[in-house]
Design a protein around this ligand. Structure first.
Ligand SMILES: [Fe+2]
Length: 407
């Protein structure tokens, strides 16, 4: 695991004054920006180091947050940061005047290491015909590597059910030792409920960037707790999965991944949700998508088919969310044939072997969130074999499963 701790410590205080400016869009609504603006401080600051989101063989999504509205861009290259990537335009306008920044670098070479830094120029006053610019801040230089579509191997780590315990990120990730991995998968319930941006920074973005996220991406499947709280509806403003969806598929190395957003664990009309959720329809929408996804050549041809989702279809009680997932998704998985499912939610780690009467695939559940129940799941594959190891938070092995490719 690569650590950027020393880099990060100096990152927040490091402000370089430079020249250029880039304009950019952002996906935050004006209401979100206004409601969520932190107290005014002296000067511009990065509230987070950059964090990597979806990386493909030709592109990389990079995000970061500043305390003041800015226009932002990324400088990058193989040998030097000589290229400049601007944020996306919407209806002809490059995103600007936001604090939560998102830039997608395109046109990259596959399997290639790039260096990059993020840059933000403060917008002090945005008048129709007169812009008052503040200083430009540049981050330190970090690196990322694009996906190699011909890769014969892939390794990843899984965390689930952290539940607002930010120290758990470092404590669990350090159990990986120096083993290589390409990305970290956050498999739901990183929080108890969503309160505000400061919680997202303090309880997720700060610990993950300290550990890995400026140099390796993370992907995120929502749990039933990311859907709760007054800030749950702003959650997508901070994270990008492939296709900007919370259910999606992608191939990396010999593995084709299917990711589902299993929603809430109780019925939509439960009093807890105040008549403000519609997860039955959302799961049904995903089931329709899943039927098609399971027929795609990328799924059919991959040496391994792996499903990642928060609520398990079995071994998780008989709550509505679990039963609805079982009814909608499990017949499709049993029929299509998947090699592995990785879930969380129950707080009881377990390795559940295939069982013809229920799920004909291995179902692994990561634990958490209390000490003694937390897990780090490590998966590594080549074209012939998938090896999963689950470590308890004392470093001991609490689960293992191996699958040989059927294709
Ligand atoms: Fe959960």
């Amino acid at each position: 695991m690569e650590h950027n701790k020393s880099g990060r410590r100096s990152f927040l205080g490091k402000i370089a004054i430079a020249g250029a400016a880039g304009l950019m869009p952002g996906r935050l609504t004006a209401a979100t920006q206004a409601a969520n603006r932190p107290p005014r401080r002296a000067g511009m600051q990065f509230l987070t180091p950059p964090y990597l989101q979806h990386i493909t063989s030709s592109s990389a999504v990079i995000r970061w947050i500043t305390n003041e509205p800015a226009s932002s861009w990324v400088e990058y290259g193989e040998e030097a940061t000589g290229n400049k990537a601007l944020p996306a335009a919407n209806l002809g306008l490059l995103a600007a005047n936001d604090r939560v920044h998102e830039v997608t670098i395109t046109g990259l070479k596959p399997g290639t290491k790039y260096m990059y830094r993020v840059c933000s120029r403060q917008i002090v006053e945005f008048q129709p015909y007169l812009m008052t610019w503040g200083e430009v801040m540049n981050s330190e230089v970090f690196h990322f590597t694009t996906v190699n579509p011909a890769a014969k191997e892939v390794s990843w780590l899984v965390l689930n059910d952290i539940h607002d315990r930010p120290a758990s990120f470092e404590q669990l990730l350090k159990l990986n030792g120096g083993d290589p991995y390409e990305f970290v998968f956050l498999n739901g319930d990183m929080f108890d409920f969503q309160t505000d941006e400061q919680q997202i920074i303090d309880h997720l973005l700060t610990p993950v960037t300290s550990a890995f996220a400026s140099e390796k991406p993370f992907m995120y499947a929502r749990g039933n707790h990311e859907t709760r709280g007054k800030y749950a509806r702003q959650f997508p403003d901070y994270f990008n999965n492939p296709g900007n969806q919370y259910y999606f598929s992608f191939t990396q190395g010999p593995v084709h991944f299917i990711v589902l957003d299993t929603g809430e664990d109780k019925a939509d009309d439960h009093a807890e949700y105040s008549q403000l959720v519609a997860f039955d329809a959302y799961r049904e929408q995903q089931a329709r998508w899943l039927e098609t996804a399971l027929q795609q050549p990328a799924f059919l041809k991959a040496p391994f088919r792996v499903v990642m989702m928060h609520i398990p279809v079995f071994h998780s009680g008989e709550g509505h969310g679990s039963l609805h997932c079982r009814e909608l998704f499990n017949p499709l998985f049993n029929k299509a044939g998947i090699d592995l499912m990785i879930c969380g939610h129950t707080h009881r780690y377990g390795v559940h072997a295939p069982d013809k009467a229920t799920h004909n695939y291995p179902l692994i559940i990561g634990g958490g969130p209390k000490e003694g129940r937390r897990t780090l799941i490590k998966v590594k594959t080549d074209r012939k074999q998938l090896q999963l190891q689950m470590l308890g938070d004392d470093g001991s092995e609490v689960g293992r499963y191996e699958v040989r490719s059927k294709r």
